[in-house]
Design a protein. Sequence first.
Length: 115
Amino acid sequence: MKKHIKKAAWIAVMGYCSFMMLGMGMLRTAQQTRRTLYGGTPALAQLSRPADAKGQQKTLLLGGGEWALTLPHPKTGAMLAAAEKLPPSTGKLLLRLFILADSAADYTAECISGA
């Protein structure tokens, strides 16, 4: 019985180590790709809001500003305002994503087909 327990423990340890090595390798590869594509500058996504009175459009900057997408304000303003009143949490972000998913998908399809 002890041989089976030792074997199971070794399999679990080796499996954990192999998954950790795979994950670290993927992170290292992503870092090298980022250095190659962007010259070492961070490849981030940033959402900027304009300074106009209404704030109807937002700009999504990708790749350190290399790509810019203008996102219209959704028509679901009341639902979005209710989501903004929640405290900062993952649930708040998921709710906002759920509210904005349809309009974001339509806008992305328009941008791709228009380009």
